[in-house]
Write a protein that binds this ligand. Structure first.
Ligand SMILES: Cc1cc2nc3c(=O)[nH]c(=O)nc-3n(C[C@H](O)[C@H](O)[C@H](O)COP(=O)(O)OP(=O)(O)OC[C@H]3O[C@@H](n4cnc5c(N)ncnc54)[C@H](O)[C@@H]3O)c2cc1C
Length: 312
């Protein structure tokens, strides 16, 4: 639902966050695709976020939460409602307690690349394989981001959420259920904080592991063109989606400005003027061919959002 003028005024009176109207969502996604959003709001702290969510719930305004926008495709018509960006909720604290473990307290908007490099520099091990994932902490938790056999869920000690009515709740490690690109969180909740438990490691071994992670990605991802990472989930660990799509001959296939990357078949890149419709058509071609010719169901890894479909 598009917020009315009165509701926009209410929001501006309620919080001091940046509130912008009619903004192209392509600005906020790594795909550089997406039509306008009625409102984009960047709460400056947890209190503002809670007030905002409570208000949007009371007024029944559709909303979606956006982290770094590296795993989403917004429709060309954009999003009717409010996009809440977590970019300003960016903090990282490393809590030493003299043991072999450290707790790392992260706000939702903390950029994962910064988190990985900070903890590695601090001599904490485990996150090295996540080097190169460009999202925010919140997005990484929701999607249980990972690489190889390692995912963020393994290190989560607890997650703090704001539910759809603006109330805070915490979920401890024992109650967190996660799997491949999946985290069980209450419907409509917003991740506001995560605590990671990381063990101390040998600094040289950490550096070597980081170098191995960099080598695994170098030259294997189309980083010179806008994209949203892997489009499809792997059907199984020994049958990666990229290999399925490659075997079907899709590398280099274009629809408008969208192209299946010649470097990695599970990436669709924006050659400069791609629309969401181009990407969605390419996705449909890949999916139907994979099903008809290889008997493989390809599920989306990227989140397709819009016109008024949010996290509600
Ligand atoms: C070049 C490239 C390489 C990549 N490599 C990998 C990889 O190796 N492994 C991997 O797992 N992913 C990879 N990705 C995908 C992406 O970076 C991850 O999924 C990342 O964790 C998404 O974080 P984000 O902040 O960008 O989320 P967004 O794209 O902003 O959002 C993703 C979803 O999470 C929701 N969301 C975001 N923040 C919150 C929040 N605080 N509370 C509630 N919901 C929220 C959004 O509504 C959306 O549904 C890659 C992407 C790119 C572009």
């Amino acid at each position: 639902m598009t917020p009315t003028g009165r509701q926009i005024d209410d929001i501006r009176n309620l919080i001091r966050a940046s509130v912008t109207t009619d903004v192209a969502l392509s600005r906020f996604t790594s795909f550089k695709i997406g039509g306008p959003s009625d409102l984009v709001i960047e709460p400056k702290n947890l209190e503002e976020l809670k007030k905002l969510i409570l208000y949007l719930d009371q007024e029944k305004i559709t909303r979606v939460v956006l982290g770094a926008g590296t795993n989403v495709l917004f429709h060309d018509k954009g999003f009717r409602g409010v996009v809440i960006r977590t970019a300003a909720l960016d903090s990282l604290e490393i809590h030493e307690n003299g043991s072999d473990f450290c707790k790392v307290l992260l706000a939702a908007g903390a950029p994962l690349p910064h988190v990985v490099s900070m903890v590695c520099r601090h001599g904490l091990k485990g996150l090295e394989p996540l080097w190169g994932i460009p999202g925010s902490l919140g997005g990484a938790v929701v999607t249980n981001a990972g690489a190889g056999d390692v995912c963020i869920g393994e290190f989560l000690e607890s997650v703090k959420l704001v539910n759809r009515c603006g109330r805070e709740l915490a979920i401890g490690r024992g109650d967190l259920k996660y799997g491949y690109r999946y985290m069980s969180l209450p419907q409509g909740s917003t991740v506001v904080e995560g605590i990671l438990k990381l063990s101390r490691g040998d600094k040289d071994s950490i550096t070597e592991e980081l170098e191995r992670s960099k080598a695994r990605r170098r030259g294997k991802q189309p980083l010179d063109r806008p994209n949203a990472g892997c489009v499809f989930k792997n059907p199984s660990p020994d049958n990666p989606a990229g290999a399925v799509i490659d075997r079907l001959g899709f590398k280099g296939v274009c629809v408008g400005g969208a192209e299946v990357s010649p470097i990695h078949a599970n990436f669709i890149v924006n050659r400069g003027n791609a629309t969401a419709a181009n990407v969605l058509e390419l996705i449909e071609q890949i999916r139907s061919t994979a099903y008809e010719k290889a008997n493989v169901n390809l599920d989306l890894e990227i989140c397709v959002i819009g016109e008024d479909v949010g996290n509600d």
